[in-house]
Design a binder for this molecule. Structure first.
Ligand code: MN
Length: 231
């Protein structure tokens, strides 16, 4: 094999609860607009499809870490989300088979430069600049599906500096985990190491350097991070 021109990036890994091994990250995907607290959207004959997006896998941050306040934004917002960790290849899988490809779940933050996202939407530009920055994806330790099952209900909350800013329930998801995995696997193959954001419940706040964030999902775990100084 030819020698690399420079050192290849080290694998980004996530701790696994109850396992001495770690989970190496491959790709990071997500779906948007997936919570419906009133149930009105879920009651429709045809539910609106979510948008699918991707984030850099290199900016996954381990639990307990500090996220530098990113450059180029005046409005950094958190989105508390359950993230799915894929553990087997999935190509065009049915909803019935989709959960077989799930390794586990974690608590995550889909950090977003909201002002850049809004500008990009107005201009009909690509939205990537809103989601791609150092520290953009803090993730908790993974809970294995073998240990916790596949959560379909339970509180999902985010506290900033001790005050509740987001709250919801996994049961309010418009598209459930199996449906999301099946949907993505028709667009591109999923592989072990792929993470999938599942959307965020209501609640908005602008973050500032020094803020302490505590996310929690019943039956999955907790995530604590601090927003650091501006870079
Ligand atoms: Mn999100």
């Amino acid at each position: 094999m030819a020698e690399h021109a420079f050192a290849a990036p080290a694998a980004v890994t996530i701790p696994i609860i109850g396992d001495s091994r770690v989970y190496p990250v491959r790709n990071v995907y997500g779906v948007t607009r997936n919570y419906d607290p009133g149930g009105e959207i879920r009651a429709r004959a045809e539910r609106p499809l979510p948008a699918i997006f991707a984030k850099s896998p290199h900016w996954v941050v381990s639990p307990g870490g500090t996220v530098p306040y990113p450059s180029a934004t005046m409005r950094l917002e958190p989105e508390i989300e359950m993230i799915i960790a894929i553990g087997a290849e999935a190509r065009g899988v049915s909803v019935a088979k989709a959960l077989d490809a799930v390794f586990g779940y974690a608590v995550s933050l889909d950090l977003t430069r909201r002002d850049l996202q809004a500008d990009a939407r107005t201009r009909r530009d690509p939205l990537d600049v809103a989601k791609w920055f150092e520290g953009a994806t803090p993730v908790s330790a993974l809970a294995r599906a073998a240990d916790i099952g596949h959560p379909r209900a339970g509180a999902i909350t985010l506290d900033v500096n001790g005050g509740r800013v987001q709250t919801g329930d996994l049961a309010d998801m418009i598209w459930q985990v199996g449906e999301i995995v099946a949907m993505l696997s028709y667009h591109f193959p999923l592989h072990p190491g792929d993470l999938v954001f599942t959307g965020t419940p209501p609640g908005e706040i602008a973050l500032n350097p020094g803020d302490r964030l505590h996310g929690a999902i019943d039956g999955v775990g907790t995530l604590d991070i601090t927003i650091g100084k501006e870079i």
